[in-house]
Design a protein around this ligand. Structure first.
Ligand SMILES: NC(=O)CCC(=O)C(=O)O
Length: 264
């Protein structure tokens, strides 16, 4: 299956510019044969958190219409990264996923808010999980800081995901953590990880390094430090092969792990 990985240069607070560029890149990805297109985190507004009142997408309506129309017209699945949304009086960091029929498969509000970027001051956290199916492919989607919570990704893998999509705005300063955590999540869950980061004009802030990793931990593609659309070919049957070779799921001892999941 061909993945269209869109490592976007997100314009701070410029919703119109971001929508226009995302549409251009999704169309380009489809023209190049992508079957699943993946976007980064908060691509409509970036972290213009102080301006969310005017900029956030109310109930995600604009983004929903946009992604539904494009996925149906182009006959592609879209893991829509995330956008800033307003629901009721609260703001969320929301991932919307569409299948090639233009149907909404998942609306996931980021579960773990990242204090270092002030998310907890402006956003509310979601409580729902985000497993979905792209044709026959069992998949799940999480957002950026979520990858520091292995139990959260494990839960999605236990619910059947063979590929974990990660949309992010992960800064250059901790890019080594990004690479290591993503590889670990792929190896421990024995699944594909497709992780799409943003870039900024200034590479000191966000330098891309999006990644596609297969279930044995081998990195199939790493993005550079500039805006980029990559088409990456993946063979999802690799998941079953790796899970047969080392039967981690059969060997788990959940009766030993109970307290790990409780907050101290
Ligand atoms: N947008 C985010 O969630 C950033 C997470 C991050 O940078 C980290 O180190 O974790």
């Amino acid at each position: 299956m061909k993945l269209g990985c869109i490592q976007l240069k997100v314009a701070f607070g410029d919703v119109e510019k971001n929508f226009a560029r995302v549409e251009q890149l999704i169309r380009e990805a489809a023209a190049k044969g992508a079957e699943i297109v993946v976007l980064p985190e908060m691509w409509n507004t970036s972290y213009a958190l102080k301006k969310l009142e005017g900029l956030a997408d109310v109930n995600g309506e604009r983004t929903k219409k946009f992604l539904a129309n494009l996925s149906k017209e182009l006959n592609i699945h879209i893991v829509g990264g995330s956008v800033a949304t307003k629901k009721g009086d609260s703001f969320y960091n929301t991932m919307l996923t569409y299948n090639r029929q233009g149907e909404l498969l998942g609306e996931y509000d980021k579960a773990h808010l990242f204090r270092l970027m002030d998310e907890h001051l402006y956003l509310s956290a979601g409580d729902g999980q985000n497993n979905f199916k792209l044709d026959d492919l069992d998949a799940a989607g999480v957002i950026c800081y979520d990858i520091r919570f292995p139990e959260w990704l494990r839960l999605h893998a236990l619910n059947g995901a063979k590929v974990l999509f990660v949309s992010a705005q992960w800064p250059t300063a901790r890019i080594d953590h990004w690479k290591t955590l993503l590889q670990a999540r792929a190896i421990e869950n024995q699944c594909f990880v497709v992780a799409i980061n943003r870039i900024s004009g200034n590479h000191d802030n966000f330098n891309g390094q999006s990644m596609v990793i297969e279930p044995w931990g081998e990195v199939l593609w790493t993005g550079g430090a500039d805006e980029e659309l990559a088409i990456v070919d993946v063979d999802f049957s690799k998941v079953d092969e790796v899970r047969t070779r080392i039967p981690v799921y059969d060997d788990r001892r959940p009766e030993l792990y109970g307290d790990v999941l409780k907050k101290k």
